[in-house]
Design a protein around this ligand. Structure first.
Ligand SMILES: *[C@@H]1O[C@H](CO)[C@@H](O)[C@H](O)[C@H]1NC(C)=O
Ligand SMILES: *[C@@H]1O[C@H](CO)[C@@H](O)[C@H](O)[C@H]1NC(C)=O
Length: 124
């Protein structure tokens, strides 16, 4: 039997909070779609630009649901929702000229089919 999970993700959905946390800007959204076979590994990339040092997060949005936090850059494995624990991890490349924050998905399952968002907030 063959299953494929379709991951739709957004590279530049970034919330930029002002110091007062009163303003939130969202940058133009560019959705990309990838198809991952069940049990296969995959990586999705978020490219961001900011002058500050941000803390980054990945969110998932299932159809007709509100976005749900998967994990942030500093989330301990124990605090990742069970559905993703031990399968989802992140890596942050701050050195590349194109700064990227990756979500690594191991052993994809059909229920991983969803829209993924990357979000950042500057370190205050
Ligand atoms: C997926 O990644 C895990 C851990 O890095 C590795 O053990 C496994 O062989 C990989 N699976 C595939 C299908 O590449
Ligand atoms: C950075 O992104 C630009 C535009 O997408 C691309 O042309 C360039 O090769 C990238 N640089 C690196 C080091 O990945």
């Amino acid at each position: 039997m063959f299953f494929a999970a379709e991951l739709l993700y957004n590279c530049v959905f970034c919330f930029l909070f002002s110091l007062e946390m009163t303003q939130a800007n969202s940058v133009t959204q560019h959705f990309k779609s990838i198809v991952v076979k069940e049990t296969h590994n995959s990586t999705i990339h978020c490219q961001y630009e900011t002058a500050s040092i941000p803390t980054l997060f990945w969110y998932i949005q299932d159809p007709n649901q509100a976005p749900q936090l998967i994990l942030g850059e500093f989330t301990q494995n124990d605090n990742i929702p069970l559905r993703f624990r031990n399968r989802f991890s992140v890596s942050h490349d701050k050195k590349n000229e194109n700064k990227t924050f990756q979500l690594n998905i191991n052993a994809a399952v059909l229920s991983d089919s969803a829209t993924y968002f990357c979000a950042l907030s500057p370190t205050l």
